[in-house]
Design a binder for this molecule. Structure first.
Ligand code: DX5
Ligand code: ZN
Length: 253
């Protein structure tokens, strides 16, 4: 409770709405991106195809370098293979949990990544990195770990396509959802009404309503989708919850 109050207090309250020069002119919509981290990694290609066939809107690919996070997954050579397997259409949101995000921009673009989501904590020059990602032809996502405030993300929000609010400490699938991150999502939604806001970590049928009500519209779900006997129904349930919250918000305006 104390922790919740402290985090809520760290959310900035009075700030001018930075609506001018916003790159988010389109209304946002509900999108579900399975994280394939918890799938059988020896079958990543067929798992990606299966997720798209089950109605996924995009694929969330977790890149870990064993340094920024205490775990290691895969890099751009794997992305290149996945792109060949799934074809040109699926949107690849690369969640770059790496210490030197600058290093992988060009290789990821060449491998077929659609969006490069880097961590604010991993760079000293977000502005330059945003520029490099865009010049490489990818969309830009900006992620914050649970200990980072939205105040730190806010100055960049109008320059990126998506903000990712982590709802677990990055590194592993299957962790408990941190509800005390929701004030960050609500604040971002109030300040940036058209921004794509993603949540990642512990999100599934039990926690989706909190995320949807707070204003998240891009939903990463790993174990809840991959571990289900019926991923199609879970994806549909998640999307309906978000779509209903979006509709309610637009009626409340
Ligand atoms: C954690 C990763 C997540 C993770 C989500 O560091 O960024 O994408 O795979 O998995 P679940 O939904 O199981 O928490
Ligand atoms: Zn992730």
């Amino acid at each position: 409770m104390l922790r919740l109050a402290r985090l809520a207090a760290s959310v900035p309250r009075l700030q001018a709405r930075p609506t001018t020069n916003s790159r988010h002119s389109m209304a946002y919509s509900a999108k579900i991106g399975p994280s394939i981290l918890s799938s059988d990694l020896s079958c990543l290609g067929s798992e990606c195809v299966r997720m798209m066939e089950c109605g996924a809107d995009y694929l969330h690919l977790d890149v870990m370098d064993g340094h920024f996070v205490p775990n290691i997954t895969f890099g751009h050579p794997m992305v290149e293979c996945l792109r060949k397997t799934v074809g040109q259409d699926p949107f690849f949101d690369m969640h770059m949990m790496v210490s030197r995000p600058e290093q992988w921009v060009k290789p990821m673009a060449a491998a077929g990544a659609s969006q490069y989501t880097f961590h604010l904590e991993a760079t000293t020059n977000p502005g330059n990195l945003i520029k490099e990602i865009r010049e490489s032809g990818m969309k830009v996502g900006l992620a914050i770990k649970p200990g980072t405030t939205v105040e730190e993300l806010a100055p960049w929000a109008n320059q990126v396509d998506m903000a990712l609010v982590m709802t677990v400490e990055p590194g592993f699938g299957g962790q408990k959802f941190m509800e005390d991150m929701m004030p960050k999502v609500s604040w971002l939604r109030s300040q940036f009404p058209s921004l794509d806001i993603e949540v990642d970590g512990g999100v599934g049928p039990d926690t989706i309503h909190k995320c949807a009500e707070a204003g998240a519209n891009m939903i990463v779900s790993g174990s809840a989708v991959i571990g289900s006997d019926d991923p199609r129904s879970v994806i549909a349930l998640l999307r309906t919850a978000v779509a209903e919250a979006i509709q309610k918000r637009s009626l409340d305006r």
